[in-house]
Design a binder for this molecule. Structure first.
Ligand code: SAM
Length: 313
């Protein structure tokens, strides 16, 4: 295990705000998380990530037949997916994030796991802005290629500008083996804009979350830098950017990617709920199901298990 490797660059633009924000979030432990108002939403999001990671690790293992599996956890945060890498039996993981404090927390979590399970996968921890720095130069072995890059709930930060989105995709593409996979989860820009139109204001939300658009920003939104502020109870208060998915797809093509799957959470949930029912139950991600009052207006959200935290006001 290495000490987190830092890029010497100071993050520019809103990356600095994002970095400061995530660094300031304290690790409050499982007990606190379980008592939080957004526990079911967190658990549901975690279940989605768990199923997605499991799905693609399975595909990779079938393809690679016994070869070591290596992954990059891009924008790893505090290492919330370490257990998923352990359950998925990977051989090596590279965790990278812009927030040094989060990376230190991830590294601590890994050390605790390793103390209990000495045969745990090997790992390295990097501090870097993946939208501005070439992460390969920071890796222990810059020639190493991985089978999977996972970027969960983070890719939207790269849509601050075109060069940043390009750099992020270049980082992924340069690190992946041929035939490797890039998986991720992002807020749905169509839903966000749809709700803004519905409420006819530059903000919407409830006591759990608020999305606020800059007064100066109006439709048609630019493909990059379409900034809104996302406030989530006890967790986030941070600038984020709309990700126009067709633009992401076209950009990704330029870096050698072919889209193999894209799904809304609620559709992915429908596809995977049978397979993942034990995990879903164990994580108590479904306490708020069935659908709740107030969601009917938002049609496609009625089947969204964590809708309660968003809409039941
Ligand atoms: N992937 C983790 C998860 O699913 O729990 C963390 C998600 S958290 C919502 C977003 C993470 O993206 C934060 O840890 C933040 O520091 C990181 N991040 C944002 N912009 C970044 C950038 N330009 N380079 C690297 N990490 C970044």
């Amino acid at each position: 295990m290495a000490t987190p490797t830092g890029s010497t660059e100071t993050p520019k633009g809103n990356a600095e705000v994002v970095q400061k924000h995530y660094n300031a979030i304290q690790e409050k432990g499982l007990d606190h998380r379980n008592r939080s108002r957004i526990v079911y939403m967190r658990n549901f999001n975690n279940w989605i990530k768990g199923m997605l990671i499991d799905e693609y690790l399975t595909v990779i293992k079938e393809k690679r037949k016994g070869e070591p599996v290596r992954v990059i956890d891009m924008c790893c945060g505090k290492g919330g997916d370490l257990l998923k890498w352990s359950r998925g039996d990977v051989n090596h993981a590279i965790l990278v994030d812009i927030a040094d404090q989060s990376v230190a927390d991830a590294q601590k979590r890994y050390s605790e796991m390793k103390a209990k399970t000495p045969r745990l996968f090997s790992a390295e921890f990097l501090v870097a802005d993946v939208t501005r720095t070439s992460i390969r130069a920071l890796m222990k072995d810059p020639t190493m290629k991985v089978d999977l890059v996972s970027c969960q709930f983070s890719l939207h930060y790269s849509f601050e500008s075109l060069p940043q989105a390009e750099k992020m995709l270049e980082n992924v593409s340069a690190s992946l083996k041929k035939g490797g996979y890039f998986i991720g989860t992002v807020p749905n820009a169509y839903d966000i804009v749809g709700r803004k139109r519905l409420f006819k204001k530059n903000w919407f939300g409830n006591t759990v979350f608020t999305i606020t658009f800059d007064e100066s920003l109006d439709e048609p939104y630019s493909l990059f830098g379409a900034k809104y502020n996302f406030h989530l109870h006890e967790v986030l208060d941070c600038p984020e950017y709309l990700v126009h998915f067709p633009t992401l797809e076209r950009l990704a093509e330029r870096y050698g990617f072919k889209v193999v799957k894209k799904k809304r959470f609620q559709n992915y949930y429908e596809d995977m709920k049978r397979k993942g029912q034990t995990l879903l139950h164990n994580m108590s991600a479904l306490e708020t199901y069935p659908p709740v009052h107030g969601v009917r207006l938002l049609g496609h959200h009625t089947e969204y298990p964590h809708a309660k935290e968003y809409f039941d006001e």
